[in-house]
Design a protein around this ligand. Structure first.
Ligand code: UDX
Ligand code: UDX
Length: 462
Protein backbone atom coordinates (compact mmCIF):
# COMPACT_ATOMS: atom_id res chain seq x y z
CA UNK A 1 0.00 0.00 0.00
CA UNK A 2 1.15 3.47 -0.85
CA UNK A 3 1.75 5.68 2.19
CA UNK A 4 3.50 8.67 0.68
CA UNK A 5 2.65 10.54 -2.51
CA UNK A 6 4.38 13.54 -4.03
CA UNK A 7 2.99 15.65 -6.85
CA UNK A 8 5.23 17.96 -8.88
CA UNK A 9 3.16 20.93 -10.10
CA UNK A 10 0.63 22.76 -7.89
CA UNK A 11 -1.52 24.05 -10.75
CA UNK A 12 -5.13 23.64 -11.84
CA UNK A 13 -4.65 19.89 -12.18
CA UNK A 14 -2.14 18.99 -9.46
CA UNK A 15 -3.69 21.15 -6.71
CA UNK A 16 -7.31 19.96 -6.82
CA UNK A 17 -6.41 16.33 -7.64
CA UNK A 18 -4.09 16.01 -4.66
CA UNK A 19 -6.54 17.80 -2.37
CA UNK A 20 -9.14 15.12 -3.15
CA UNK A 21 -6.67 12.23 -2.79
CA UNK A 22 -5.67 13.63 0.62
CA UNK A 23 -9.28 14.04 1.66
CA UNK A 24 -10.29 10.54 0.59
CA UNK A 25 -7.12 8.75 1.74
CA UNK A 26 -6.33 10.08 5.22
CA UNK A 27 -3.63 7.40 5.62
CA UNK A 28 -1.60 8.70 2.70
CA UNK A 29 0.70 11.68 3.16
CA UNK A 30 0.35 13.89 0.09
CA UNK A 31 2.92 16.60 -0.64
CA UNK A 32 2.42 18.97 -3.55
CA UNK A 33 5.58 20.74 -4.67
CA UNK A 34 6.15 23.52 -7.15
CA UNK A 35 9.07 25.69 -8.23
CA UNK A 36 6.85 28.74 -8.01
CA UNK A 37 7.31 30.05 -4.45
CA UNK A 38 4.51 32.58 -4.71
CA UNK A 39 2.07 29.86 -5.71
CA UNK A 40 3.08 27.57 -2.86
CA UNK A 41 2.82 30.47 -0.40
CA UNK A 42 -0.72 31.10 -1.64
CA UNK A 43 -1.65 27.41 -1.18
CA UNK A 44 -0.36 27.74 2.40
CA UNK A 45 -2.09 31.06 3.11
CA UNK A 46 -3.66 31.04 6.58
CA UNK A 47 -6.82 32.43 4.98
CA UNK A 48 -7.84 29.47 2.85
CA UNK A 49 -9.95 31.65 0.55
CA UNK A 50 -6.63 32.96 -0.83
CA UNK A 51 -5.51 29.67 -2.42
CA UNK A 52 -4.30 30.41 -5.96
CA UNK A 53 -6.96 28.45 -7.80
CA UNK A 54 -10.63 29.22 -7.65
CA UNK A 55 -12.85 26.14 -7.86
CA UNK A 56 -16.24 25.84 -6.16
CA UNK A 57 -15.82 23.75 -2.98
CA UNK A 58 -12.03 23.48 -3.19
CA UNK A 59 -11.00 25.79 -0.36
CA UNK A 60 -13.18 23.84 2.13
CA UNK A 61 -11.50 20.58 1.11
CA UNK A 62 -8.03 22.09 1.39
CA UNK A 63 -8.91 23.48 4.83
CA UNK A 64 -9.93 20.01 5.96
CA UNK A 65 -6.70 18.21 5.01
CA UNK A 66 -3.99 20.86 4.96
CA UNK A 67 -1.43 20.29 7.70
CA UNK A 68 -2.98 16.85 8.44
CA UNK A 69 -1.94 14.78 5.43
CA UNK A 70 -1.85 17.44 2.70
CA UNK A 71 1.23 19.64 2.40
CA UNK A 72 2.36 22.29 -0.08
CA UNK A 73 6.09 22.90 -0.34
CA UNK A 74 8.92 24.14 -2.52
CA UNK A 75 11.29 21.45 -1.24
CA UNK A 76 11.07 19.29 -4.33
CA UNK A 77 14.05 17.00 -3.60
CA UNK A 78 12.86 16.14 -0.13
CA UNK A 79 9.34 15.31 -1.33
CA UNK A 80 10.68 13.13 -4.15
CA UNK A 81 12.99 11.31 -1.77
CA UNK A 82 10.21 10.50 0.68
CA UNK A 83 7.52 9.45 -1.80
CA UNK A 84 6.78 5.98 -3.16
CA UNK A 85 4.61 7.40 -5.89
CA UNK A 86 5.33 10.65 -7.76
CA UNK A 87 2.74 12.39 -9.92
CA UNK A 88 4.06 14.71 -12.62
CA UNK A 89 1.56 17.49 -13.15
CA UNK A 90 3.64 20.26 -14.67
CA UNK A 91 2.57 22.22 -17.69
CA UNK A 92 3.35 21.15 -21.25
CA UNK A 93 2.82 24.30 -23.31
CA UNK A 94 2.86 24.38 -27.08
CA UNK A 95 6.43 24.84 -28.30
CA UNK A 96 7.26 28.44 -29.16
CA UNK A 97 10.58 27.67 -30.88
CA UNK A 98 12.38 25.21 -33.14
CA UNK A 99 10.95 22.07 -34.71
CA UNK A 100 7.22 21.74 -34.13
CA UNK A 101 6.93 25.43 -33.18
CA UNK A 102 3.29 26.36 -32.60
CA UNK A 103 2.15 22.72 -32.58
CA UNK A 104 4.21 20.19 -30.67
CA UNK A 105 4.13 19.97 -26.89
CA UNK A 106 7.16 21.39 -25.16
CA UNK A 107 8.33 18.57 -22.93
CA UNK A 108 11.22 20.41 -21.34
CA UNK A 109 9.54 20.64 -17.91
CA UNK A 110 8.62 16.96 -18.01
CA UNK A 111 12.18 16.03 -18.85
CA UNK A 112 13.52 18.27 -16.08
CA UNK A 113 11.21 16.51 -13.63
CA UNK A 114 12.38 13.10 -14.81
CA UNK A 115 16.03 14.08 -14.41
CA UNK A 116 15.39 15.50 -10.98
CA UNK A 117 13.63 12.30 -9.89
CA UNK A 118 16.51 10.23 -11.29
CA UNK A 119 19.04 12.33 -9.41
CA UNK A 120 17.28 12.28 -6.07
CA UNK A 121 15.71 8.81 -5.87
CA UNK A 122 17.34 6.31 -3.54
CA UNK A 123 14.42 3.86 -3.41
CA UNK A 124 12.14 2.39 -6.10
CA UNK A 125 9.50 4.81 -7.37
CA UNK A 126 6.30 4.72 -9.34
CA UNK A 127 6.14 7.78 -11.60
CA UNK A 128 2.65 8.79 -12.73
CA UNK A 129 2.12 11.03 -15.76
CA UNK A 130 -0.79 13.32 -14.87
CA UNK A 131 0.07 15.99 -17.44
CA UNK A 132 -1.42 15.46 -20.88
CA UNK A 133 1.40 14.19 -23.05
CA UNK A 134 2.09 13.11 -26.59
CA UNK A 135 1.88 9.39 -27.19
CA UNK A 136 5.03 7.52 -26.18
CA UNK A 137 6.30 10.16 -23.77
CA UNK A 138 6.32 7.52 -21.04
CA UNK A 139 9.03 5.61 -22.85
CA UNK A 140 11.17 8.75 -23.04
CA UNK A 141 10.74 9.33 -19.31
CA UNK A 142 11.61 5.70 -18.64
CA UNK A 143 14.73 6.00 -20.72
CA UNK A 144 15.95 8.99 -18.75
CA UNK A 145 15.15 7.38 -15.41
CA UNK A 146 16.73 4.04 -16.29
CA UNK A 147 19.94 5.57 -17.60
CA UNK A 148 20.56 8.26 -15.03
CA UNK A 149 19.10 6.72 -11.88
CA UNK A 150 21.21 5.24 -9.12
CA UNK A 151 20.27 1.65 -9.85
CA UNK A 152 16.78 2.43 -8.56
CA UNK A 153 13.80 0.77 -10.32
CA UNK A 154 11.10 2.96 -11.86
CA UNK A 155 7.65 2.13 -13.13
CA UNK A 156 5.89 4.68 -15.33
CA UNK A 157 2.11 4.93 -15.35
CA UNK A 158 -0.12 7.16 -17.43
CA UNK A 159 -3.09 8.49 -15.48
CA UNK A 160 -4.55 11.41 -17.43
CA UNK A 161 -6.88 13.81 -15.65
CA UNK A 162 -10.32 14.40 -17.14
CA UNK A 163 -11.58 17.04 -14.72
CA UNK A 164 -13.00 20.21 -16.23
CA UNK A 165 -12.22 23.50 -14.55
CA UNK A 166 -15.11 25.06 -12.67
CA UNK A 167 -16.39 21.59 -11.77
CA UNK A 168 -13.05 20.08 -10.68
CA UNK A 169 -14.26 19.00 -7.26
CA UNK A 170 -17.40 17.25 -8.53
CA UNK A 171 -15.47 15.67 -11.39
CA UNK A 172 -12.78 14.35 -9.04
CA UNK A 173 -15.26 13.06 -6.48
CA UNK A 174 -17.44 11.28 -9.02
CA UNK A 175 -15.43 10.75 -12.22
CA UNK A 176 -17.02 9.11 -15.27
CA UNK A 177 -13.91 6.96 -15.28
CA UNK A 178 -10.35 6.85 -14.03
CA UNK A 179 -7.87 5.74 -16.64
CA UNK A 180 -4.59 4.07 -15.72
CA UNK A 181 -2.11 2.91 -18.33
CA UNK A 182 0.80 0.68 -17.36
CA UNK A 183 3.35 -1.77 -18.62
CA UNK A 184 2.23 -5.38 -19.16
CA UNK A 185 5.14 -6.83 -17.16
CA UNK A 186 4.52 -8.14 -13.64
CA UNK A 187 6.16 -5.08 -12.09
CA UNK A 188 4.10 -2.82 -14.34
CA UNK A 189 0.87 -4.52 -13.33
CA UNK A 190 1.81 -4.31 -9.65
CA UNK A 191 2.32 -0.58 -10.03
CA UNK A 192 -1.05 -0.26 -11.79
CA UNK A 193 -2.69 -2.12 -8.91
CA UNK A 194 -1.16 0.21 -6.32
CA UNK A 195 -2.66 3.22 -8.09
CA UNK A 196 -6.00 1.41 -8.52
CA UNK A 197 -5.95 0.89 -4.74
CA UNK A 198 -5.51 4.62 -4.15
CA UNK A 199 -8.54 5.52 -6.29
CA UNK A 200 -10.59 2.63 -4.90
CA UNK A 201 -10.85 4.58 -1.67
CA UNK A 202 -13.69 6.50 -3.30
CA UNK A 203 -14.15 5.49 -6.96
CA UNK A 204 -16.22 2.34 -7.74
CA UNK A 205 -14.04 -0.43 -9.20
CA UNK A 206 -16.02 -0.66 -12.46
CA UNK A 207 -15.12 2.96 -13.22
CA UNK A 208 -11.39 2.33 -13.00
CA UNK A 209 -10.13 1.36 -16.42
CA UNK A 210 -6.68 -0.06 -17.02
CA UNK A 211 -4.98 -0.10 -20.43
CA UNK A 212 -1.50 -0.09 -21.88
CA UNK A 213 0.44 3.15 -21.51
CA UNK A 214 0.03 4.36 -25.09
CA UNK A 215 -3.71 3.80 -25.21
CA UNK A 216 -3.99 5.84 -22.05
CA UNK A 217 -1.87 8.70 -23.40
CA UNK A 218 -3.74 8.75 -26.70
CA UNK A 219 -7.17 8.48 -25.04
CA UNK A 220 -6.63 11.76 -23.28
CA UNK A 221 -5.78 13.60 -26.52
CA UNK A 222 -8.70 11.88 -28.23
CA UNK A 223 -11.19 12.84 -25.51
CA UNK A 224 -10.23 16.50 -25.73
CA UNK A 225 -10.27 16.42 -29.54
CA UNK A 226 -13.79 14.93 -29.58
CA UNK A 227 -15.10 17.45 -27.05
CA UNK A 228 -13.59 20.40 -28.88
CA UNK A 229 -14.90 19.02 -32.16
CA UNK A 230 -18.45 19.13 -30.82
CA UNK A 231 -18.06 22.81 -29.94
CA UNK A 232 -16.60 23.62 -33.35
CA UNK A 233 -19.33 21.60 -35.06
CA UNK A 234 -22.14 23.47 -33.33
CA UNK A 235 -20.31 26.78 -33.87
CA UNK A 236 -20.07 26.01 -37.59
CA UNK A 237 -23.84 25.52 -37.56
CA UNK A 238 -24.31 28.80 -35.66
CA UNK A 239 -23.03 30.76 -38.64
CA UNK A 240 -25.34 28.90 -40.98
CA UNK A 241 -28.26 29.50 -38.61
CA UNK A 242 -27.61 33.24 -38.67
CA UNK A 243 -27.87 33.21 -42.47
CA UNK A 244 -30.91 30.99 -42.75
CA UNK A 245 -33.15 32.09 -39.89
CA UNK A 246 -32.72 28.88 -37.94
CA UNK A 247 -31.89 29.15 -34.24
CA UNK A 248 -28.81 27.24 -33.10
CA UNK A 249 -30.21 26.69 -29.59
CA UNK A 250 -33.24 24.96 -31.12
CA UNK A 251 -31.04 22.93 -33.44
CA UNK A 252 -28.81 21.88 -30.52
CA UNK A 253 -31.82 20.83 -28.50
CA UNK A 254 -33.28 18.88 -31.38
CA UNK A 255 -30.10 16.96 -32.16
CA UNK A 256 -29.13 16.54 -28.51
CA UNK A 257 -32.32 14.56 -27.79
CA UNK A 258 -31.00 11.87 -30.11
CA UNK A 259 -29.41 9.56 -27.57
CA UNK A 260 -26.72 8.67 -30.09
CA UNK A 261 -25.61 12.32 -30.13
CA UNK A 262 -26.38 13.36 -26.53
CA UNK A 263 -27.12 16.81 -25.17
CA UNK A 264 -23.80 17.86 -23.64
CA UNK A 265 -21.17 20.07 -25.26
CA UNK A 266 -23.56 21.49 -27.83
CA UNK A 267 -23.60 25.04 -26.57
CA UNK A 268 -22.70 27.49 -29.27
CA UNK A 269 -20.31 30.17 -28.06
CA UNK A 270 -17.77 32.80 -29.00
CA UNK A 271 -15.32 29.90 -29.16
CA UNK A 272 -13.71 27.43 -26.83
CA UNK A 273 -10.73 28.37 -24.68
CA UNK A 274 -8.82 26.84 -21.81
CA UNK A 275 -5.38 25.39 -21.48
CA UNK A 276 -6.17 22.04 -23.06
CA UNK A 277 -8.29 21.92 -26.20
CA UNK A 278 -6.14 23.91 -28.58
CA UNK A 279 -2.84 22.61 -27.19
CA UNK A 280 -3.92 18.99 -27.30
CA UNK A 281 -5.39 19.14 -30.78
CA UNK A 282 -2.30 20.88 -32.14
CA UNK A 283 -0.34 18.15 -30.52
CA UNK A 284 -2.49 15.48 -32.16
CA UNK A 285 -2.11 17.20 -35.52
CA UNK A 286 1.64 17.30 -35.07
CA UNK A 287 1.82 13.63 -34.15
CA UNK A 288 -0.31 12.66 -37.17
CA UNK A 289 1.90 14.75 -39.46
CA UNK A 290 5.03 13.23 -38.05
CA UNK A 291 3.72 9.80 -39.07
CA UNK A 292 2.89 11.19 -42.55
CA UNK A 293 -0.86 10.97 -41.91
CA UNK A 294 -1.76 14.23 -43.60
CA UNK A 295 -5.50 13.61 -43.97
CA UNK A 296 -5.77 12.75 -40.29
CA UNK A 297 -3.83 15.91 -39.40
CA UNK A 298 -5.97 18.14 -41.64
CA UNK A 299 -9.18 16.65 -40.30
CA UNK A 300 -8.39 17.61 -36.71
CA UNK A 301 -6.76 20.92 -37.57
CA UNK A 302 -10.08 22.10 -38.96
CA UNK A 303 -11.48 22.09 -35.39
CA UNK A 304 -8.97 24.81 -34.50
CA UNK A 305 -9.48 26.73 -37.73
CA UNK A 306 -13.23 26.85 -37.03
CA UNK A 307 -12.62 28.05 -33.49
CA UNK A 308 -10.31 30.87 -34.59
CA UNK A 309 -12.92 31.85 -37.17
CA UNK A 310 -15.67 31.97 -34.52
CA UNK A 311 -13.68 34.34 -32.28
CA UNK A 312 -12.82 36.64 -35.18
CA UNK A 313 -16.38 36.55 -36.50
CA UNK A 314 -17.71 37.69 -33.12
CA UNK A 315 -15.34 40.67 -33.02
CA UNK A 316 -15.99 41.60 -36.65
CA UNK A 317 -19.73 41.54 -36.07
CA UNK A 318 -19.37 44.04 -33.23
CA UNK A 319 -17.48 46.41 -35.49
CA UNK A 320 -19.92 46.01 -38.37
CA UNK A 321 -22.94 46.56 -36.14
CA UNK A 322 -21.41 49.66 -34.53
CA UNK A 323 -21.54 51.37 -37.93
CA UNK A 324 -18.22 49.95 -39.10
CA UNK A 325 -16.06 51.69 -36.54
CA UNK A 326 -15.23 51.19 -32.89
CA UNK A 327 -12.44 53.74 -32.80
CA UNK A 328 -12.64 55.61 -29.47
CA UNK A 329 -15.83 53.74 -28.50
CA UNK A 330 -16.19 52.12 -25.11
CA UNK A 331 -16.97 48.41 -25.25
CA UNK A 332 -17.81 46.79 -21.91
CA UNK A 333 -16.62 43.20 -21.46
CA UNK A 334 -18.57 41.09 -19.02
CA UNK A 335 -16.32 38.14 -18.27
CA UNK A 336 -12.71 37.34 -19.06
CA UNK A 337 -12.22 33.76 -17.79
CA UNK A 338 -12.45 31.01 -20.42
CA UNK A 339 -15.61 29.67 -18.76
CA UNK A 340 -17.61 30.34 -15.61
CA UNK A 341 -16.58 29.29 -12.09
CA UNK A 342 -12.85 29.51 -12.72
CA UNK A 343 -10.23 32.24 -12.47
CA UNK A 344 -8.29 30.63 -15.34
CA UNK A 345 -7.93 32.79 -18.44
CA UNK A 346 -5.61 30.67 -20.57
CA UNK A 347 -6.63 30.82 -24.24
CA UNK A 348 -9.86 32.56 -23.28
CA UNK A 349 -11.80 33.83 -26.30
CA UNK A 350 -12.04 37.20 -24.52
CA UNK A 351 -8.31 37.78 -25.07
CA UNK A 352 -8.58 37.40 -28.82
CA UNK A 353 -11.78 39.42 -29.14
CA UNK A 354 -10.13 42.21 -27.10
CA UNK A 355 -7.02 42.06 -29.27
CA UNK A 356 -9.09 42.49 -32.42
CA UNK A 357 -11.16 45.37 -31.03
CA UNK A 358 -8.12 47.13 -29.55
CA UNK A 359 -6.38 47.01 -32.90
CA UNK A 360 -9.44 48.91 -34.20
CA UNK A 361 -8.78 51.49 -31.45
CA UNK A 362 -11.71 50.57 -29.22
CA UNK A 363 -11.58 51.37 -25.50
CA UNK A 364 -12.25 48.25 -23.50
CA UNK A 365 -13.56 48.12 -19.98
CA UNK A 366 -13.60 44.72 -18.28
CA UNK A 367 -15.36 43.15 -15.33
CA UNK A 368 -14.87 39.53 -14.29
CA UNK A 369 -15.87 38.33 -10.82
CA UNK A 370 -12.69 36.26 -10.39
CA UNK A 371 -10.04 37.79 -12.65
CA UNK A 372 -8.04 40.88 -11.70
CA UNK A 373 -6.44 43.68 -13.71
CA UNK A 374 -2.93 42.27 -13.43
CA UNK A 375 -3.97 39.01 -15.07
CA UNK A 376 -5.94 40.71 -17.85
CA UNK A 377 -3.04 42.98 -18.80
CA UNK A 378 -0.67 40.03 -18.57
CA UNK A 379 -2.83 38.05 -21.03
CA UNK A 380 -2.81 40.91 -23.53
CA UNK A 381 0.87 41.75 -23.09
CA UNK A 382 1.66 38.12 -23.81
CA UNK A 383 0.27 38.38 -27.37
CA UNK A 384 2.90 39.10 -29.98
CA UNK A 385 0.51 41.46 -31.71
CA UNK A 386 0.23 43.82 -28.74
CA UNK A 387 2.43 46.17 -26.80
CA UNK A 388 2.25 47.03 -23.13
CA UNK A 389 1.65 50.76 -23.32
CA UNK A 390 -1.26 50.41 -25.79
CA UNK A 391 -2.79 47.79 -23.53
CA UNK A 392 -2.51 50.05 -20.51
CA UNK A 393 -4.13 52.99 -22.26
CA UNK A 394 -6.81 50.98 -24.09
CA UNK A 395 -8.02 48.72 -21.30
CA UNK A 396 -9.55 49.48 -17.93
CA UNK A 397 -10.52 46.87 -15.38
CA UNK A 398 -13.05 47.62 -12.64
CA UNK A 399 -14.56 45.68 -9.81
CA UNK A 400 -18.02 47.06 -10.40
CA UNK A 401 -19.95 45.78 -13.44
CA UNK A 402 -22.30 48.77 -13.47
CA UNK A 403 -19.35 51.16 -13.73
CA UNK A 404 -17.88 49.03 -16.52
CA UNK A 405 -21.07 49.44 -18.55
CA UNK A 406 -21.54 53.17 -17.85
CA UNK A 407 -21.36 55.27 -21.03
CA UNK A 408 -20.50 52.21 -23.09
CA UNK A 409 -21.61 51.89 -26.71
CA UNK A 410 -21.92 48.15 -26.38
CA UNK A 411 -21.61 45.24 -23.97
CA UNK A 412 -19.94 41.99 -24.96
CA UNK A 413 -20.67 38.93 -22.82
CA UNK A 414 -17.58 36.70 -22.95
CA UNK A 415 -18.07 34.34 -20.00
CA UNK A 416 -21.30 32.70 -18.84
CA UNK A 417 -21.08 33.76 -15.17
CA UNK A 418 -24.46 33.20 -13.47
CA UNK A 419 -24.38 36.57 -11.73
CA UNK A 420 -24.73 38.41 -15.06
CA UNK A 421 -28.31 37.14 -15.30
CA UNK A 422 -29.22 38.78 -12.00
CA UNK A 423 -28.12 42.34 -12.84
CA UNK A 424 -30.46 45.32 -12.90
CA UNK A 425 -30.46 45.60 -16.67
CA UNK A 426 -32.75 48.64 -16.70
CA UNK A 427 -30.17 50.52 -14.65
CA UNK A 428 -27.41 49.43 -17.02
CA UNK A 429 -29.45 50.48 -20.04
CA UNK A 430 -30.11 53.91 -18.56
CA UNK A 431 -26.36 54.51 -18.08
CA UNK A 432 -25.30 53.54 -21.62
CA UNK A 433 -25.07 55.48 -24.87
CA UNK A 434 -27.94 54.80 -27.27
CA UNK A 435 -28.60 52.69 -29.19
CA UNK A 436 -27.38 50.31 -26.47
CA UNK A 437 -26.04 47.06 -27.92
CA UNK A 438 -25.46 43.70 -26.27
CA UNK A 439 -23.39 41.03 -28.05
CA UNK A 440 -23.98 37.87 -26.09
CA UNK A 441 -21.10 35.50 -26.85
CA UNK A 442 -22.56 32.87 -24.52
CA UNK A 443 -26.29 33.02 -25.33
CA UNK A 444 -26.71 33.64 -21.63
CA UNK A 445 -29.15 36.52 -21.24
CA UNK A 446 -32.88 36.78 -21.82
CA UNK A 447 -33.42 38.30 -25.25
CA UNK A 448 -37.08 39.23 -24.79
CA UNK A 449 -36.53 40.95 -21.47
CA UNK A 450 -33.58 42.96 -22.80
CA UNK A 451 -35.34 43.98 -26.00
CA UNK A 452 -38.30 45.15 -23.95
CA UNK A 453 -35.98 47.47 -22.01
CA UNK A 454 -34.70 48.85 -25.30
CA UNK A 455 -31.39 47.02 -25.88
CA UNK A 456 -30.37 45.88 -29.34
CA UNK A 457 -29.53 42.28 -28.48
CA UNK A 458 -27.53 39.84 -30.62
CA UNK A 459 -26.70 36.29 -29.65
CA UNK A 460 -24.69 33.63 -31.44
CA UNK A 461 -26.48 31.59 -34.04
CA UNK A 462 -29.89 33.17 -34.41
C1 UDX B 1 -0.93 21.21 -16.64
C2 UDX B 1 -0.93 20.99 -18.13
O1 UDX B 1 -1.23 22.20 -18.76
C3 UDX B 1 -1.94 19.96 -18.56
O2 UDX B 1 -1.75 19.59 -19.89
C4 UDX B 1 -1.79 18.75 -17.79
O3 UDX B 1 -2.84 17.87 -18.09
C5 UDX B 1 -1.67 19.01 -16.30
O4 UDX B 1 -0.73 20.00 -16.00
P1 UDX B 1 -2.33 22.84 -15.12
O5 UDX B 1 -2.26 22.18 -13.79
O6 UDX B 1 -3.58 23.53 -15.49
O7 UDX B 1 -2.16 21.77 -16.26
O8 UDX B 1 -1.03 23.76 -15.32
P2 UDX B 1 -0.51 24.93 -14.39
O9 UDX B 1 -1.63 25.53 -13.62
O10 UDX B 1 0.36 25.76 -15.25
O11 UDX B 1 0.41 24.16 -13.32
C6 UDX B 1 1.65 23.63 -13.56
C7 UDX B 1 2.56 23.95 -12.38
O12 UDX B 1 3.80 23.24 -12.51
C8 UDX B 1 2.94 25.43 -12.24
O13 UDX B 1 2.52 25.91 -10.97
C9 UDX B 1 4.46 25.45 -12.39
O14 UDX B 1 5.08 26.40 -11.56
C10 UDX B 1 4.83 24.04 -11.99
N1 UDX B 1 6.14 23.58 -12.52
C11 UDX B 1 6.40 23.67 -13.85
C12 UDX B 1 7.09 23.03 -11.66
O15 UDX B 1 6.86 22.97 -10.46
N2 UDX B 1 8.25 22.57 -12.18
C13 UDX B 1 8.55 22.65 -13.49
O16 UDX B 1 9.63 22.22 -13.90
C14 UDX B 1 7.59 23.22 -14.35
C1 UDX C 1 -11.41 20.21 -20.81
C2 UDX C 1 -12.03 18.82 -20.74
O1 UDX C 1 -13.45 18.92 -20.61
C3 UDX C 1 -11.46 18.04 -19.58
O2 UDX C 1 -11.96 16.71 -19.55
C4 UDX C 1 -9.96 18.01 -19.73
O3 UDX C 1 -9.38 17.37 -18.62
C5 UDX C 1 -9.37 19.40 -19.86
O4 UDX C 1 -10.02 20.11 -20.91
P1 UDX C 1 -11.75 22.49 -19.49
O5 UDX C 1 -10.86 23.09 -20.53
O6 UDX C 1 -11.45 22.75 -18.07
O7 UDX C 1 -11.77 20.90 -19.64
O8 UDX C 1 -13.24 23.01 -19.73
P2 UDX C 1 -14.46 22.57 -20.67
O9 UDX C 1 -15.66 22.54 -19.83
O10 UDX C 1 -14.17 21.35 -21.45
O11 UDX C 1 -14.61 23.81 -21.65
C6 UDX C 1 -13.64 24.13 -22.64
C7 UDX C 1 -14.11 25.33 -23.45
O12 UDX C 1 -15.18 24.96 -24.31
C8 UDX C 1 -14.61 26.50 -22.63
O13 UDX C 1 -14.14 27.71 -23.18
C9 UDX C 1 -16.11 26.40 -22.75
O14 UDX C 1 -16.75 27.63 -22.57
C10 UDX C 1 -16.25 25.87 -24.17
N1 UDX C 1 -17.52 25.17 -24.40
C11 UDX C 1 -17.80 24.03 -23.73
C12 UDX C 1 -18.43 25.67 -25.32
O15 UDX C 1 -18.20 26.71 -25.94
N2 UDX C 1 -19.60 24.98 -25.54
C13 UDX C 1 -19.90 23.83 -24.89
O16 UDX C 1 -20.98 23.27 -25.15
C14 UDX C 1 -18.97 23.34 -23.95
Amino acid sequence: MIKNICCIGAGYVGGPTMAIIAQKCPNIKVTVVDLNEERIAAWNDADVSNIPIYEPGLSEIVAESRGRNLFFSTEVDKAIDEAEMIFISVNTPTKTYGVGKGMAADLKYIELCARQIARVAKTNKIVVEKSTLPVRTASAIKDILDHTGNGVKFQILSNPEFLAEGTAVEDLLAPDRVLIGGDSSNEGQQAVQLLVDVYSNWVPKDKILTTNVWSSELSKLTANAFLAQRVSSINAMSELCEKTGADVNEVAKAIGMDSRIGSKFLKSSVGFGGSCFQKDILNLVYIAQSYGLNEVADYWEQVIIMNDHQKRRFAKNIIKTLYNTVSGKKIAFLGWAFKKDTNDTRESAAIYVADYLLSEQAKISVYDPKVNEKQILFDLDYLESRNESDNKSGVSVLENPYKVCENAHAIAVLTEWDEFKTYDWQKIYDSMLKPAFIFDGRNLLNKEKLEKIGFVYQSIGS
